[in-house]
Design a protein around this ligand. Structure first.
Ligand SMILES: [Mg+2]
Length: 309
């Protein structure tokens, strides 16, 4: 099977978005943006042995490749539209490709995005997706907008994916719920898009809260204080922290793909109402200040930066 046949067989699906004029099959794809909108684009690569285990199912790999890219679009407050896929495969494994492509197709439908092009090469397994979305001009949420006095929020809960990864590495068997937190992150697309009128800055938490919040602080030239007593923790992370007094998972663990954002105090009611209407946990965890550093209070114990693998 050559590259053309492979793409035709596994990655040429019907386009469901009428603003996409040309999808897979030509030299390049063509799509239209609504007037007054700008293109938002982001790319992320997942590499076997670095971002996922060798035995991770092809369907989980496909879902996660899409989800992590969607999470970046959500963090800008944009609407995701379409993507390209660059797939490097060690060998032509039809069973693997079938599972990967059917999960990618299903996930694309779930998140209303279309595959519009891509490339395949032979080599160590890695998946690069470039996601494209759109947003009204001048309404994206950048990292640089946090101001002194703003509240700091985070969606969902923190540390579950990192704790799951730690368990696997230590030979423990995580529960299905824990595995889902690692393999099935939920990109906060609706919430992100609604935040474009409420939040002053936003980032998705992919490398751990401390590190990602620090990106906001640096870009905005401000500092912050966060209280660990306020951090949203799932049941297993909560138990783990209680048992060990180790805060590395919620503070430094990666792979949460939750949104961390700031907003003026006058937005509190609107943000609560939004969280309720989307049935999404949104927790206020601290405040932006003028100190040029991130102060973490309310905990004694250890925390160390947690690395992938
Ligand atoms: Mg990001």
């Amino acid at each position: 099977m050559n590259e053309f046949d492979l793409i035709q067989s596994y990655f040429n699906w019907e386009i469901t978005d009428p603003s996409i004029e040309l999808g897979v099959g030509d030299d390049a794809a063509l799509f239209n943006l609504n007037p007054g909108h700008q293109l938002v684009t982001s790319t992320d690569t997942l590499v076997e042995g670095i971002h996922f285990f060798k035995d991770t199912s092809p369907s989980d790999i496909a879902y996660k490749s899409l989800a992590v890219n969607l999470s970046d679009i959500a963090a800008m407050g944009a609407i995701a539209k379409c993507y390209t896929l660059s797939l490097t495969l060690p060998k032509l494994d039809k069973k693997w490709l079938e599972q990967f492509s059917s999960s990618l197709k299903e996930s694309s439908k779930l998140f209303h995005v279309n595959l519009i092009g891509g490339d395949t090469t032979k080599g160590p397994l890695n998946i690069t997706i470039t996601m494209m979305g759109s947003i009204e001009i001048d309404s994206s949420i950048k990292r640089s907008g946090a101001r002194e006095g703003d509240d700091i929020y985070v969606t969902g809960d923190l540390g579950s994916a990192a704790l799951c990864l730690k368990k696997i590495k230590e030979g423990d068997k995580p529960s299905q719920i824990e595995l889902n937190s690692l393999n099935k992150p939920i990109p906060r697309l609706e919430l992100g898009s609604a935040l474009r009128n409420l939040a002053s800055s936003c980032i998705d938490v992919s490398d751990g809260l401390e590190q990602d919040l620090s990106h906001i602080l640096r870009a905005s030239n401000v500092g912050a204080i966060i209280d660990t007593n306020k951090l949203p923790l799932g049941a297993s992370v909560n138990n783990y922290v209680k048992d060990t007094n180790d805060w590395s998972m919620p503070l430094c663990g990666g792979d949460d793909y939750e949104l961390c954002f700031t907003a003026g105090q006058s937005m509190r009611d609107k943000i609560s109402a939004l969280a309720e209407s989307l049935e999404t946990r949104v927790t206020r965890i601290g405040t932006i200040n003028s100190q040029k550093e991130l102060e973490v209070i309310g905990f004694s114990g250890v925390r160390s930066s947690y690395q992938h693998f």
